[in-house]
Structure formats: structure tokens, C-alpha cells
Design a protein around this ligand. Structure first.
Ligand code: NAP
Ligand code: MG
Length: 403
């Protein structure tokens, strides 16, 4: 068979534990036999991050800026236990956080829909994508446990001499206090990433906040979205036949529950944290969530939303063949191939990405699936381990590519 050729490489970021094992299996069974694979390889496994003092993560992020498309395996974010387990020089930061800081992106999370694995919400027919603003608000808040009676004030001192001072509360007893911030530049790049993603995926965009209460804070988010929409995106949205909607967060929640799905829901940082877990469990399983980081310059990094599946990895090391679900990791690869194909205008690569995804979905609709999914369906199914699942996907993929 003539293998599919690639013009430019994808930045490949290897990872840890069970997902690292799945990564190699996916390449061996589903990619290398069909694609003349061109990648720039970065090993973000914890051992290599430690050897390079985490420079490898920064290099990978820079490489995504250069090649515009990356695919990443799940990686360990070290905690105290991991520092001991891997005898690390220090407790490195989350690679995802490091990469996001370099690319300044927004993460879009979308459930992978498979007929027969029904969402808990009956009306949902198409996936709902959550876009979370991953900067500021309570995640960078300053907090204080107010120990006694006294006065709390909000004070701002501008470099140009501007001064603002207002009493927050005069405490007549102990309490709590919190200071939040965000900035126009970050909100704007979030809004831009959302508008761009809506256009590239041809889906409506919803944004919701609480501007009736936080008139200035959430009001600023609303206004930035609205201004950008009016000045840069309205015409393109109309041409694409898609819609931008701003509404109150409470109204959005109610509308989401009654909707058919098939849109992007842009959320402030905390709302996105909470709502993405709600959406993923309502659609079925964390193992069926895909995730893409889109930067305002149009760089894409694809990954699975789940972690390194540590518990399965320990079983694997004991000689077992765990039934870990590789679907979200396969979709990370297919997403990267599709985006590479769009950028390079290589139709074959896009077709291959489509075939790979539908081979996964068909395997599951044929009743062959990993243990996590078998729990979600009522009928007769065949539960297989990861390797057997990938072999089933491969035989369907082969048929589709007629080789
Ligand atoms: P996890 O790896 O997502 O796994 C949690 C549990 O969810 C698993 O034990 C398994 O449940 C189930 N699960 C997740 N993905 C699955 C899959 N593909 N197939 C089948 N079952 C799946 O989360 P974690 O155990 O909290 O974290 C493990 C490591 O991953 C940590 O070191 C963390 O830092 C890292 N992490 C990385 C990323 C990332 O790189 N994006 C994201 C999150 C976490 P059962 O054991 O019940 O089968
Ligand atoms: Mg969370």
C-alpha cells in the first residue's frame, strides 16, 4: 500500500504511565502502517523532564509555535508522592500549564459521541463543547481570613496617579475576604480563540456570565466579547450561518439542559472548571472527552482530557492487560492529522483522520469496547483489553482505506 504522505510535521509529545503504553500501541497499530509519519518528537515523560530540568517542555511549546500543530500524551503533574517515586530534582509544574503559558491558549473540551452510549440528558443529540477561560479570577485570588472586627477596603493606585478606594465591608465580627482580578488582554484573547474555534468548527457560540450582579467585572467580559463580535466577527458568523449569543449564566444552564447540543459554551474560569465536569459525566465518561488548546495565533495542541490512568499502569506492570480506553488519545491524533491536513491542504490526511475516528466509533457500535464503556451500556457487549480493542479498530480502518 502507498502510505499517506505528510508535508509538514506534527509536534509529538510523549507522556507517562498507561497512556504512554497506549501511545506506542496506537502508533504501531493505527498510524505507522498507513501514514508516512512525520513528527518532531519531544519526550515529556517525567524521567526526561527531570533530566532536562523541564526544558524539554518549553522546547515542545516553542515547536508548536513553529509547526502550529501538536499532539500530546497525558503526563504526570508531580506532587510530593511523585517526587519520591521518581526521585525528582524538584516538583515540576504541570506541563499543560507550562505549554498554555507559552501559547496563551484556550482549552476546548468536547465529548466523543457514540450511538448506543446515551447522554444522561435525553435531549442532547450532539456534543457540547466547553471553552474555559484558563486565567485569573479565583485561581489567582488573594485571600484573607479576617480575624477580628475592622474595615476592608478596595484600593487601586495607578502608575499615572489614579486612585480608587471604596469600603468593602466593616466587619463587626471575624469573617473572610477575597480579592480577584482579570485583565482585558487575557479576556480578549479568550474571546478571540472562542470566535475562531466557532468559525472553524461551524458551531454557535454561547457566552454566559453574571453581569447583573458583577456589573463591572462580568460586564467587562460581556463587553469585550460583544465589541470583538461587532467589529471583527459578525459578518464572518453570518456568512458561516452560525450565531453568537450572550446570556446570563443561570439562563445558560437552563438552556443547555433543554438544548439538543452542538454548540460551544464559553465559560469564565470557575464556571468552566465546574461545568466541564458536569458535561463530561453527563455525556458518559472522562475517557471519551477530547481536548484541544487553541492559541490566538492559531496554534493547535490536541490531547485526551483524562490523565495517565495510573491504576491501570500498575496492573500493566504486574503483567496484566488492562482494559484502558484509548479512544480520546486516538482522537487527539486524528485531530492533529486533520488540522495538519487543513493547514497543508492535504486531503488524504483529512480523509485518514475521518476514517480513524469512524473506525473507533464503529468498533464500539458493533458492541466491542473497553470496560469503562461496557458499564454504560445495557445490551450484550464484548469487553476487551486495550490491545484487542486497537486490533478491532485497525481491521475496520483497513477496510475503510481499502488496503
Ligand atoms: P486519570 O488518569 O484520568 O484516571 C482516573 C480514573 O479514571 C482511572 O483510574 C480510571 O478509573 C478512569 N479512567 C481515566 N481515563 C481512562 C481511560 N482512558 N480508560 C479507562 N478508564 C479511565 O486521573 P488520575 O488518576 O487522577 O491521575 C493520574 C495522573 O494523571 C496524575 O499523575 C495526574 O497528574 C495526571 N493527569 C494528567 C493530565 C494531562 O496530562 N492532561 C490530566 C489529568 C491528570 P478506574 O481505575 O476505576 O478504571
Ligand atoms: Mg475541575
Amino acid at each position: 500500500m502507498q502510505k499517506i504522505t505528510m508535508t509538514n510535521p506534527i509536534v509529538e509529545m510523549d507522556g507517562d504511565e498507561m497512556t504512554r503504553i497506549l501511545w506506542q500501541m496506537i502508533k504501531d497499530k493505527l498510524i505507522l502502517p498507513f501514514v508516512d509519519l512525520k513528527t518532531e518528537y519531544y519526550d515529556l515523560g517525567l524521567v526526561r523532564r527531570d533530566e532536562t530540568d523541564d526544558q524539554i517542555t518549553l522546547q515542545a511549546a516553542e515547536a508548536i509555535k513553529k509547526w502550529h500543530v501538536g499532539v500530546k500524551c497525558a503526563t504526570i503533574t508531580p506532587n510530593d508522592a511523585r517526587v519520591k517515586e521518581y526521585n525528582l530534582k524538584k516538583m515540576y509544574k504541570s506541563p499543560n500549564g507550562t505549554i498554555r503559558a507559552v501559547l496563551d491558549g484556550t482549552v476546548f473540551r468536547t465529548p466523543i459521541i457514540v450511538p448506543g452510549i446515551d447522554p444522561y440528558v435525553r435531549t442532547w443529540e450532539a456534543p457540547i463543547t466547553i471553552a474555559r477561560h484558563a486565567y485569573g479570577d479565583i485561581y489567582r485570588a488573594t485571600e484573607y481570613r479576617v480575624p477580628t472586627t475592622g474595615k476592608a477596603e478596595l484600593v487601586f493606585t495607578g502608575d499615572d496617579g489614579t486612585e480608587f478606594r471604596e469600603t468593602i465591608y466593616e466587619y463587626e465580627c471575624p469573617g473572610v475576604l477575597q480579592g480577584l482580578y482579570n485583565k482585558d488582554s487575557s479576556i480578549e484573547s479568550f474571546a478571540r480563540a472562542c470566535f475562531e474555534f466557532a468559525l472553524s468548527s461551524k458551531q454557535d457560540l454561547w457566552f454566559a456570565a453574571k453581569d447583573t450582579i458583577a456589573k463591572k467585572y462580568d460586564g467587562r467580559f460581556r463587553d469585550i466579547f460583544q465589541e470583538l463580535y461587532e467589529t471583527e466577527y459578525k459578518r464572518r458568523f453570518e456568512e458561516a450561518g452560525i450565531r453568537y449569543l450572550y446570556t446570563l449564566i443561570d439562563d445558560a444552564v437552563a438552556r443547555v439542559m433543554r438544548s439538543k447540543g452542538g454548540f460551544i459554551w464559553a465559560c469564565k474560569n470557575y464556571d468552566g472548571d465546574v461545568m466541564s465536569d458536569m458535561i463530561s459525566s453527563a455525556f458518559g465518561s472522562l475517557a471519551m472527552m477530547k481536548s484541544v488548546l487553541v492559541s490566538p495565533e492559531g496554534n493547535y495542541e490536541f490531547e485526551a482530557a483524562h490523565g495517565t490512568i495510573t491504576r491501570h499502569y500498575y496492573r500493566y506492570r504486574n503483567g496484566e492487560k488492562p482494559s484502558s480506553n484509548p479512544v480520546a488519545t486516538i482522537f487527539a491524533w486524528s485531530g492533529a492529522f486533520r488540522q495538519r491536513g487543513i493547514f497543508d491542504e492535504t486531503r488524504d490526511l483529512i480523509d485518514y483522520a475521518d476514517a480513524l475516528e469512524s473506525a473507533c466509533v464503529e468498533t464500539i457500535t458493533d458492541g466491542i469496547m473497553t470496560g469503562d464503556l461496557a458499564l454504560l451500556v445495557s445490551g450484550e457487549v464484548k469487553t476487551v483489553n486495550s490491545e484487542d480493542f486497537l486490533d478491532e479498530v485497525r481491521s475496520r480502518l483497513q477496510n475503510k482505506l481499502r488496503v
